[in-house]
Every structure is written in C-alpha cells, then in structure tokens.
Design a binder for this molecule. Structure first.
Ligand SMILES: NC(=O)C1=CN([C@@H]2O[C@H](COP(=O)(O)OP(=O)(O)OC[C@H]3O[C@@H](n4cnc5c(N)ncnc54)[C@H](O)[C@@H]3O)[C@@H](O)[C@H]2O)C=CC1
Ligand SMILES: O=C(O)C1=N[C@H](C(=O)O)C[C@H](O)C1
Length: 233
C-alpha cells in the first residue's frame, strides 16, 4: 500500500517503521508546514496528528476519495460531522481511540465485567489513566471508550473527571514521564476490590493495529470499527 501519514510525531515515526517492515511505502509525511498533498498517489491515509488538526485532515481525504484510519484523540465533538462527510463522499473510515489488540480485548473484558457488576450497590467504580507529559487531551480517548462501554452495560449514565456524583464514573488522568498508556478500572467495596488493568509497554502495539486496520480497509467502502477488523464478537 502507498500510505500517507498525517502527523509525523511519535506515532507517525512508529507507524513508518511498522509499515515498511510489512512491505508498504510511505508516500507522504504530512505535518505542520506541509504545503501541497498529491492525493492521487495515496492508497490510504493514517492520521495521528493533534486534536485541532484531525478533523481537517480527515475530511480533506474524504473529499479526495482517500480512505482514512484515524487514531487521533480529543476531536470527537466533530466526529458525527466527519462520519456524515464520509458517507456523502462514499468514503472509507475507521476511528479507534486505541488500535492495539490488547486494548481492544480489554474493551470487551470491561463490558463483560460492567455487566456482572451492574446493580451491585456495595461496589463503587473508579477509572484511572496514566500517560506521558506531552499528551494534549484528558481524559484519554481510551478512557472515554472504556467509560462508554460501562455506561452501555450498567446503571452508570455519565462519566466525569474527578467527581463523586451518583451514577457517574469518576476518571482520574495522571501525566507521568514517558508512560505510553495505562488504564485501570477499579470496583471497590468495604470488603474487597476488583481491578482490571491494561499497560502498554510502548507504541508498537498501537502502530501495528493501525497498519492492520489500513490493510483491512484499503479496498472497502463504509464506516467500520476495530471490532470489524479483529472479528471480536
Ligand atoms: N488510537 C491510538 O491507538 C493512539 C492514539 N494516539 C493519539 O494520536 C495522536 C498523536 O499522538 P503522538 O504521535 O504521540 O503525538 P505527537 O505530538 O508526537 O505527534 C503529533 C504530530 O502531529 C503534528 N501536527 C500538528 N498539526 C498538524 C496538521 N495540521 N497536520 C498534520 N500533522 C500535524 C505535530 O506537529 C506532531 O508532529 C494523539 O491524539 C494521541 O492521543 C496515540 C497513540 C495511540
Ligand atoms: O496520547 C497517547 O499517547 C495515547 N493516546 C490514546 C488515548 O488517548 O487513549 C491511546 C493511547 O493510550 C496512547
């Protein structure tokens, strides 16, 4: 595949390594200051840029009939609009707050646990995410997806940073050193606690998942998720 990277930062560089190791070519590295983009030579675009840049990057690809893998977090207020533009242009799109296989399994585990804990009033829930100090958004996109998974499967109706409101999942975001991404969900009672945790050891898993998603999407039309790519039930 001829891949264009939108955003050539920490993830852009990791995506390049993994893509080349799987026989793909990087035909464009688009970052701040890029003047012109030749969309004709691009088979698929992968956007890991910034919350402010993602929407414009993604929709410019739809307008030029280029399929998009979107990993950038923190731009979801414009997500529905991007989806509508994809459909209007008969495009192809996958967004995931986290592309790693491990986290996508963790998403399903989280939903199952939420179902089992639903209605057990003795337990109170708390979520914590830890990332590196350069991260621009909080809470992480992954934490938001985890919270949505709990809300779909329990009496919780909302999430909020640092709060004690009823039926609301409290999320704590910590920024520590170079931490690639750690997410913990804890159910605590007076007698015990149950905790599930995913720890990324680096960025390879995110990048590999995004390249696998690109290989899967490149010849398709429509809007998909990592559940489709990984065939997770
Ligand atoms: N979905 C997932 O699996 C993962 C998502 N992420 C998300 O990906 C995004 C990028 O993460 P990192 O690479 O760690 O950040 P980074 O800060 O290292 O890289 C972002 C790059 O985007 C560039 N950029 C700024 N404006 C741009 C524009 N208009 N067009 C193209 N590029 C532009 C910046 O100059 C920078 O080089 C973040 O939103 C992060 O949360 C990160 C890891 C995994
Ligand atoms: O910014 C990061 O680094 C990460 N961002 C994603 C998120 O916001 O969930 C995914 C991963 O945790 C790394």
């Amino acid at each position: 595949m001829r891949i264009a990277l939108f955003g050539y930062g920490k993830m852009g560089k990791m995506l390049e390594q993994i893509a080349v190791s799987r026989g793909h070519s990087i035909v464009a590295k688009i970052d701040v200051g890029t003047k012109a983009i030749d969309f004709n030579k691009i088979d698929i675009a992968i956007d890991f840029s910034t919350p402010d840049a993602a929407y414009g990057n993604i929709t410019s690809c739809f307008e030029n009939s280029v399929p998009v893998i979107s990993g950038t977090t923190g731009w979801l207020s414009k997500f529905d609009d991007a989806i509508a533009q994809c459909a209007e242009n008969n495009g192809a799109f996958i967004y995931a707050s986290n592309f790693s296989l491990g986290v996508n399994i963790f998403f399903e585990l989280n939903k199952q646990l939420a179902k089992m804990m639903a209605g057990l009033k003795d337990y109170s829930i708390a979520m914590e995410e830890i990332h590196h100090t350069q991260k621009l958004d909080a809470p992480s996109g992954t934490a938001i997806t985890l919270a949505e998974g709990i809300i779909e499967n329990s009496e919780y109706t909302n999430w909020k940073m640092e709060n004690n409101q009823e039926n609301t999942i409290p999320i704590t975001a910590k920024r520590i050193g170079k931490t690639p991404g750690t997410h913990t969900i804890n159910y605590d009672s007076a007698v015990d606690s149950i905790e599930i945790k995913h720890t990324a050891h680096g960025r390879e898993g995110f990048a590999l998942g995004a390249i696998i998603a690109a290989e899967w999407l490149v010849d398709k039309t429509g809007i998909f998720t990592m559940k489709d790519v990984l065939n997770l039930s």
